[in-house]
Design a protein. Structure first.
Length: 275
């Protein structure tokens, strides 16, 4: 599948913001399941942009504005070819040992109710990792209602589990917390998802998890949709939780109240046939 992405993040400040710095994890990398045909990141104001790699192996761009600004737009455009891998993720850049993804993280801590939930899922059938993860996928999807609005970027797995509702980030954090409690290395993935229902305009990017399965490797699970990852997923960045894979994080001095507006379009592009 060839997927075209247009992603625009618009910030407006009450007063000119000084020392404006944005850390961008917005560029996907090639692996066995995807090939980046073209990708461009364009800030709307003058500044310096540098590219580096973080400890997780993500491509990170640092943007520093030259002057105080009343607004900033980060525009991303690109096309990616994806292949159906049935959830299996191979050929990725790995900078950390697998066991690192058993570590606790602030947004994906397993509260006592999540621990009990994880143990119940494990006890419901074959306790080996792969079937257990598939049951966990279905259980999180069934237990937590996808509902935009009630949570924020700082909502923890325990809070969204208690509310039994949240967005893809929240379902992802619950899955991670439960899987790690079962001693299965699991990480947060941010990226894009092409919907098959004709809805190309979306409110935000997407997130899911990758868990380590012995003799198979990393496998992607999307609890918001209750499926293993498919060719409709574009993988961009990974982390222990949202904080390590957030598409944009920044800092500034002054500026007053900030207004955020996101425009995202994810659509299937037609491959050019050469004669």
């Amino acid at each position: 599948m060839r997927i075209r992405v247009f992603h625009e993040t618009n910030y407006t400040y009450e007063h000119p913001a000084r020392n404006l710095i944005q850390v961008l994890r917005l560029r996907p990398r090639d692996h066995d399941g995807q090939y980046v045909r073209r990708w461009r990141i364009e800030p709307s104001i003058d500044g310096r942009i540098s590219e580096r790699e973080d400890g997780f192996g993500n491509v990170v761009h640092w943007f520093t504005a030259d002057e105080p600004a009343e607004s900033l737009t980060i525009r991303v455009t690109g096309e990616v070819d994806t292949n159906e891998m049935h959830g299996v993720v191979r050929g990725t850049v790995e900078r950390l040992p697998d066991e690192f993804y058993l570590r606790d993280s602030d947004l994906a801590l397993a509260s006592e109710p999540i621990q009990a939930f994880a143990r119940a899922v494990q006890a419901a059938g074959d306790s080996s990792p792969l079937p257990c993860l598939h049951r966990l996928l279905a259980a999180v999807h069934d237990r937590v209602t996808f509902e935009p609005g009630p949570t924020s970027a700082s909502t923890t797995a325990a809070q969204s589990f208690e509310q039994e509702k949240g967005v893809c980030q929240d379902l992802t954090h619950i899955f991670i917390a439960a899987a790690r409690h079962l001693e299965i290395p699991t990480r947060y993935v941010s990226g894009y998802f092409h919907r098959d229902d004709g809805m190309v305009d979306q409110e935000a990017g997407h997130s899911w998890v990758e868990s380590l399965v012995p003799n198979l490797g990393w496998v992607g699970f999307d609890p918001a949709h209750g499926i293993a990852t498919t060719e409709a997923h574009i993988r961009v960045a990974v982390g222990l939780d949202y904080l390590g894979a957030a598409p944009i994080r920044g800092s500034r001095m002054g500026g007053g109240t900030e207004t955020l507006d996101v425009k995202l379009r994810v659509e299937q592009a037609q491959a050019t046939v050469q004669s």
